[in-house]
Write a protein that binds this ligand. Sequence first.
Ligand SMILES: [Zn+2]
Length: 73
Amino acid sequence: MEELMVDASAEKMKGMIPFPCCRGEKVIAYESSSGRSSNKCPRCGKFALFDYDAMMAVPSSAARGAAHKLKLL
Ligand SMILES: [Zn+2]
């Protein structure tokens, strides 16, 4: 009798991806979610790139230097 869940969305949830900047803030990934998208953190306003296939997120605030930084890791 959990009618609240039905009202929220008919889609199945795949899971939640926490923001890399604020772990308390999360983005919900649905079964149909795939690829990547940039989302703004509701707490600090920073942007993060969410990968719905890998179910993880990386900070995307430094977009211009991001590719260079990733190569160093
Ligand atoms: Zn944040």
